[in-house]
Ligand binder design. Structure first.
Ligand code: CS2
Length: 497
């Protein structure tokens, strides 16, 4: 295919002209499909798609991925125009390497043909379904993990309309699979939820009960579908025109679906796959019988610190995570958050030091060529806060620690959602609970104690034990007072130097 400006576009026909080191390890048209993946975003393409390509190349098997875009058509259209090929540029501080990935055997768009996705989940060739749909798409209460069956989910479960929500698609798909007795399946969440497999299992159970699906189909699902927990990790910023330009230079053809990512990548997966799986361990994944400690380590250390940096950095007017980390005192503040709060809040996996892991995380955040925007991490805070920061506080308080640094991060979120950076610039509030936050703030004065009180009342974010803890409330209020009076940059400088 040739674009308007005459530059050739990536596609099967372009593979032989790619530099050898950039060619895919497998070809989309030569692998059978065994996986359906929901969520075609940058993270999936730079993480599971890469692991799976290496696993197929090393271990074989019909494990091509049918990538499903739930809603938007952008990536879907671009991938389809390129025979499902796309490149990942790995950006080190001094070197970069671009390689085309060939593990997506097909791409589909769920919103335009949901029935086709339901049918795919009932197809015996498919033995694994993976998900990167972001926290909010699970429609679970972030604190309790209970299914929040809003109108759309209810309509998916109670009527015959083609499903429009992720819970609806999954449940309709599993029911169709049960009816077809199409063989065992694994539903593998790759989102940053706590106990993501257990939560997905709970979601399916609650959805089946809500829709009144009991008896044989529910029993079939119970006996034939597994929900392993997994920990996923790679920093993958949203693609920019620069990302596409870098890929085009390296490949010699245009790649409209190009993404860039950091060199680091990790995947820890509980090994419960009754229908089989790709040889992911041959691509470096850790297969285990309990991913819980890895998950906590990553959510609290990497994601918790990422969120702290995002809110403090955005308040101080910093556009990227690396710029936020360069604020005077920021690194010192975060080292204290890691050593005094996070490391004291849980037991890490055997042989891992939380402080050492945290040092690596800070080095990754400092990578100057990874332009990860503070506003990107800051979005959907209500869905992220519990597992990233609030569980740290709760566990510390149970052990009688004072959670000084984690409460600073919560205070920074509270100032961020008030919508104004320290220099008066407006801040975006992208959050499924944005209305709830706005209403809570509209009914109160802007005094820090009143703001803290109003926001702590959002019970699907703040667990009751935390709300009832006067010392935690006092610490958040004291930090919010500092942030409001002096701004994030000065607060962090005083705290961390
Ligand atoms: C980030 C994550 O945007 C965010 O909220 O904290 O996407 C983070 O980059 C990944 O979890 C890294 O594995």
């Amino acid at each position: 295919m040739t674009s308007a400006v005459g530059v050739k576009r990536l596609g099967l026909g372009a593979i032989s002209s790619l530099p050898i080191e950039s060619r895919p390890l497998v070809r989309p048209d030569e692998i059978g499909s065994g996986i359906v993946h929901l969520g075609l975003g940058a993270f999936h393409r730079a993480h599971q798609a890469v692991f799976t390509e290496e696993a197929i190349s090393a271990g074989g098997g019909d494990w091509g991925i049918i990538g499903v875009a739930p809603r938007s058509t952008g990536v879907f259209d671009r991938m389809r125009a390129q025979d499902n090929l796309f490149s990942v540029t790995t950006l080190g501080a001094h070197t970069s390497r671009t390689r085309v990935i060939g593990s997506l055997s097909e791409v589909r768009h769920a919103a335009s043909d949901p029935a086709a996705i339901v049918a795919l989940l009932a197809d015996p060739r498919i033995r694994v379904v993976t998900l990167t749909v972001t926290e909010k798409a699970y429609q679970l209460d972030p604190v309790t993990g209970e299914l929040l069956a809003d109108e759309a989910v209810a309509a998916d479960l109670n009527t015959d309309r083609p499903p429009q929500t992720v819970p609806g698609l999954l449940i309709r798909g599993l029911l169709a699979r049960a009816a077809a007795d199409a063989g065992p399946l694994t539903l593998l969440s790759c989102d940053n939820l706590p106990s993501n497999g257990r939560r997905t299992h709970g979601l399916i159970g609650a959805g089946l009960a809500f829709g009144g699906f009991t008896g044989a189909p529910a029993d079939w699902i119970h006996h034939n579908v597994t929900f392993p927990n997994s920990m996923v990790d790679r920093i993958v910023p949203a693609a920019t025109p620069e990302t596409l330009a870098t890929a085009a230079r390296a490949l010699g053809v245009e790649d409209q679906a190009a993404i860039a990512a950091e060199p680091y990548t990790q995947w820890v997966i509980e090994d419960r796959f009754p229908g089989g799986r790709p040889a992911w361990e041959q691509a470096g994944a850790i297969m285990t019988d309990d991913a819980g400690q890895w998950e906590r380590l990553k959510l609290r250390t990497l994601n918790g610190v990422h969120s702290a940096l995002a809110y403090l950095g955005a308040l101080a007017g910093k556009e990227t995570i690396a710029d936020a980390l360069a604020l005077p005192g920021m690194e010192g503040t975060l080292r204290r958050l890691i050593a005094e709060d996070i490391a004291e809040s849980f037991r890490p996996p055997e042989g891992v030091s939380v402080v050492g892991y945290g040092d690596d995380v800070l080095a990754r955040f400092a990578n100057p060529v990874i332009l990860y925007r503070t506003h990107q991490v800051a979005m959907d805070g209500t869905q992220k806060l519990p597992q990233r920061l609030l569980h740290t506080i709760l566990d510390l308080r149970a052990a009688k620690g004072d959670a000084r640094w984690a409460t600073l991060a919560v205070a920074a979120w509270m100032r961020f959602v008030q919508g104004t950076a320290d220099d008066g610039t407006a801040l975006p509030l992208n959050d499924p609970l944005a209305d709830r936050i706005r209403t809570a703030l509209a009914d109160t004065s802007s005094e820090p104690a009143a703001v803290v009180d109003a926001l702590l009342h959002i019970d699907s974010v703040f667990p009751a034990a935390l709300v009832a803890d006067d010392e935690v409330r006092a610490s958040i209020t004291s930090w919010l007072t500092e942030l409001t009076r002096h701004g994030a940059a000065a607060t962090v400088e005083a705290a961390g130097t």
